[in-house]
Structure formats: C-alpha cells, structure tokens
Design a binder for this molecule. Structure first.
Ligand SMILES: [Zn+2]
Length: 407
C-alpha cells in the first residue's frame, strides 16, 4: 500500500509536549515527511501544505503502552495456546487496531508479538501502533511462562506457548535470546517471579538463577537491546536490578529499600494496574481461570502503594496495561487508576516521554519536538486539567501517526 506524505501546518494550537509540565499556548507547527519540522511561531515555507486552524485545541504526543500483548486474545492461556497461528494473527491485528483507535500510537509487546505482525503493519495490511516486540518471553521450567498444568507428565516435545518459551540453563537462555533478537526483537523478556496467569508457580517463587539472568543481560546488551523482567516481589526485583535488567514490570510488592536500589541502578518500573482491576471486576464472566482469580488478591491491592513508593524513591516510572482478551477495551483506564496517587502530568509524562526513554526512543517518539515522528492526539480539552475526559476518550478528536490521521 502506497503511503503518501502530507505536509501539515497546525495553526494556533496549545501544546503539552510530553516532557515539560506546561501547556504552551498559540504554537504553530509544521509537519514535513511525517515528522515535526518546526514548532513555535513558524509559517509554512511552501504552498504544498495542508493548514488546520487549531484554535481552542490541544496537542499531546500519542500514548505509548509499554506492556502490551497483541496475542493475548483470551484470558485463559491454556485455551490461548490451542488456537492456530492464523487466528492469532487476525485477532492480534484487531487488538492492535483497537489500541491505535484509543490513542496509543506505539506499543511495546512484552511476550507474543513477532516479526509477522510487525511486517503486516509495515505493509499496511492493517492499521496499528508502532510495534516493538520481545518475541516469546523466556521462562524457566515451572516458571510463570510454563502454562502446563501440574498434572501433565513432562514430555520431550517442548512447551512453548503463544506468548512464552520454556528454556533452562545459561547456554540455552543465551541461544533463546539470540534467536528472538535474530527475529527482530527490540528487547528480551524474562520471568523472575511467579505471576497470576500460570497454574503452578506461586507469586513469591524466585525464577532463573543469577548466572542465567546475568547471561541473558550480557547477551542482549551486546546487541544494543535491553532486558525486561516480570517481577512482583522485592527479592525478585532486587535480583533483576542487580543483574542489570532495565525494565521491571508490575513491581507491585516493591519496598522503599528495593525502590532505592532500582533508582540507583537507573532501572525503570512499569506498573500495570488496570489488568488487576479489570480481572477483579470482569475476570469470571470473561473466561479467566480460577487459579488466576485466586492469585489476584496477592498483588492487586498493593499496586497503588508501589507507585507511591517508586515516586518517593525517584524511580523512573513507565506506563503499561498488560490486558488480556476482551479486557483490552479498558486500556486508557490505567490513566484514571493512577490518578489516585499521581498528578496528571506524572501520568501523561510516563505514558509518553518516559516510556520513549525506557525504550531508547526519546529522539523518535513520546515528545513533541523538532525531529520526532508526528504521532499525536488532537484534543478538545487541556490534558493536564481534564484527565478523565482523556481517559474516557471524550477529549480525543483525532489520532495522528507520522502526520497522517489514523483515528
Ligand atoms: Zn504481561
């Protein structure tokens, strides 16, 4: 599909750039070849420009979801793994299109999405956010990515699912990381504590040995990529940080002491409150297995407190959702949940500039400045004042990606 580049001139718009705690009024913005070319009091230099009078409107960077699963089409992972790849591709494209319509112009998939989905987006087979993916998330045997029920006898047939791959040992985890990087992964995900969606590992379990974690960090860092750890407990978070892992997912049970260690190491924490909230409210009716609901309480109630602890320790906090199946529709509600402990600026900064920095893309996305991609939301209210109308979508008049209207 041919994608033509339209040069745009946005006249008299108020701008929250994603990075600074202010809204600059009366900005004129020139967008050329999909990027912000000039911002301020500029006037268009050529005739070949489409002008939009933006009086009364606000601009902010497109949202970034740093914890997404395009292939999580069902709440039950055992069921999910029975579905054929063709179904996952179709459903994944639908979930990605939905995210873009909600204003997420970039997602970081942390288990599942692959080269084929990315190529489909590149070829314009469907519309969706910019996609950065880990390929399959790596789990030890009996870890959070091992979806086999305890009743199952071991077999030599491997136990990779749609989102995860079971791999043990230093040499094997190196090879698995190399394999995902070869297939275009921008980051590698490992499970370092138990989680709620797997049947046989308690939340408190400490997964992968130190040498395995160090090996994966070494392997991935030499490739210029970074490691993402699923970790709930203080022990799991501390081990991840010590091994040099950059992105700590969930972190619900973090303590001030461990938050201090994360801050000192320059690690980021990515909370995902909406997945627990929506599972708690709608999990049963939307097909979550009982084992998942039973484990939920252990982590759900501590989510807000973990954000407060991280803010106090000065940890960089990203923005993610981790939604499954039908619950993807609640993606923007993460914004409102966090507003109980954070300011609108802190939340929207997390969902834009901080997430971009987490992904090493601060010169490309997440901030409205000269040179970055023109991925933005056109709003009818000030996002730093009217957070709820952004979260429920009423404020969003249009979604743009590379200067093209996509929603
Ligand atoms: Zn996840």
């Amino acid at each position: 599909m041919e994608r033509e580049c339209i040069n745009l001139y946005l006249k008299n718009v108020s701008v929250f750039n994603g990075h600074d705690e202010e809204v600059l009024p009366a900005q004129n913005i020139l967008i050329e070849e999909g990027r912000f070319a000039k911002i301020g009091h500029t006037v268009p230099s050529s005739q070949n420009v489409h002008t939009l009078d933006m009086t009364g409107k606000f601009l902010m960077p497109g949202l970034i979801d740093a914890h997404f699963h395009a292939y999580a089409s069902d709440l039950d992972f055992a069921k999910l793994d029975q579905l054929p790849q063709t179904y996952h591709a179709l459903k994944g494209s639908e979930l990605l299109s939905g995210a873009l319509r909600r204003g997420f112009t970039t997602v970081r998939d942390v288990g599942g999405a692959d080269y084929g989905l990315w190529q489909g987006l590149e070829d314009g087979l469907f519309t969706g956010p910019r996609l950065f993916y880990a390929g399959k998330a790596l789990s030890q045997t009996g870890g959070h990515g091992d979806m086999r029920p305890p009743s199952l006898e071991p077999c030599a047939c491997g136990s990779s699912g749609m989102l995860t791959k079971v791999v043990d040992g230093v040499d094997n985890i190196r090879a698995a990381a190399r394999e995902e990087l070869r297939r275009g992964a921008s980051h590698i995900k490992v499970f370092v504590s138990g989680g709620i969606s797997s049947p046989s590992d308690p939340i408190w379990s400490l997964q992968y040995s130190d040498p395995e974690l160090e090996a994966v960090v070494d392997e991935v860092t030499r490739r210029g990529a970074y490691v993402v750890a699923h970790a709930y407990t203080p022990e799991a978070i501390a081990r991840s940080v010590k091994a040099g892992i950059r992105s700590i997912e969930h972190a619900n049970l973090i303590t001030p002491e461990v938050a201090g260690e994360a801050q000192a190491a320059g690690a980021f924490v990515v909370p995902t409150l909406i997945t627990y909230d929506s599972l708690g409210r709608y999990g049963h009716e939307t097909g979550a297995p009982d084992t998942m609901i039973a484990k939920l309480d252990e982590v759900a109630s501590k989510g807000l407190e973990s954000i407060r602890i991280c803010r106090e320790a000065g940890v960089k906090i990203g923005f993610g959702t981790d939604l499954l199946g039908e619950l993807h529709k609640f993606q923007r509600q993460e914004i409102l949940l966090r507003s109980k402990v954070e300011t609108p600026f802190q939340i929207l900064n997390s969902a834009t500039a901080v997430n971009a920095e987490l992904m090493g893309l601060e010169r490309e996305i997440g901030i409205i400045q000269e040179g970055t991609f023109a991925d933005f939301l056109m709003l009818n209210t000030n996002p730093l004042q009217e957070l709820s109308s952004l979260a429920n979508g009423e404020a969003i008049e249009a979604v743009y990606q590379s200067g093209r209207r996509v929603g």
